[in-house]
Design a protein around this ligand. Structure first.
Ligand SMILES: [Zn+2]
Length: 118
């Protein structure tokens, strides 16, 4: 389960609106695509606690309903809207919260070096 600290971060991020289209946002866990080489093939969103830091504010259409939404077609999403990694870096600039470091510090990422992405 996500910690209180994570939930606070999620509310901070969600109020910014969808990072793609600016619509009312929900929290979308990153997975696949540009995230895989950084966090490993096992990093599939909600299944790992550290992934709770690697989220994007997306409207339902950009998150899971649209044909090119993150959940339905990661490759198309990243091709059309930019990579998840670039969006996370954008969020870090806006919030000042280094989620790469947070995700890494709470867990040992054997095969992972998130510093490469920051
Ligand atoms: Zn959107």
């Amino acid at each position: 389960m996500a910690t209180a600290k994570v939930y606070r971060y999620w509310s901070q991020v969600a109020v910014m609106g969808c990072i793609v289209c600016g619509g009312p946002a929900e929290i979308a866990h990153c997975h696949g695509g540009s995230i895989t080489p950084i966090c490993g093939a096992k990093a599939k969103g909600k299944k790992l606690a550290y992934m709770d830091w690697l989220v994007l504010p997306l409207c339902p259409g950009c998150h899971r309903l649209g044909r090119y939404s993150l959940d339905l077609n990661v490759r198309a999403f990243e091709r059309l809207h930019g990579t998840q990694v670039s969006h996370i870096n954008k969020l870090i600039e806006r919030t000042g919260v280094n989620v790469w470091a947070l995700a890494k510090s709470r867990h040992s990422w054997a095969e992972v070096d998130c510093a490469d992405a920051a």
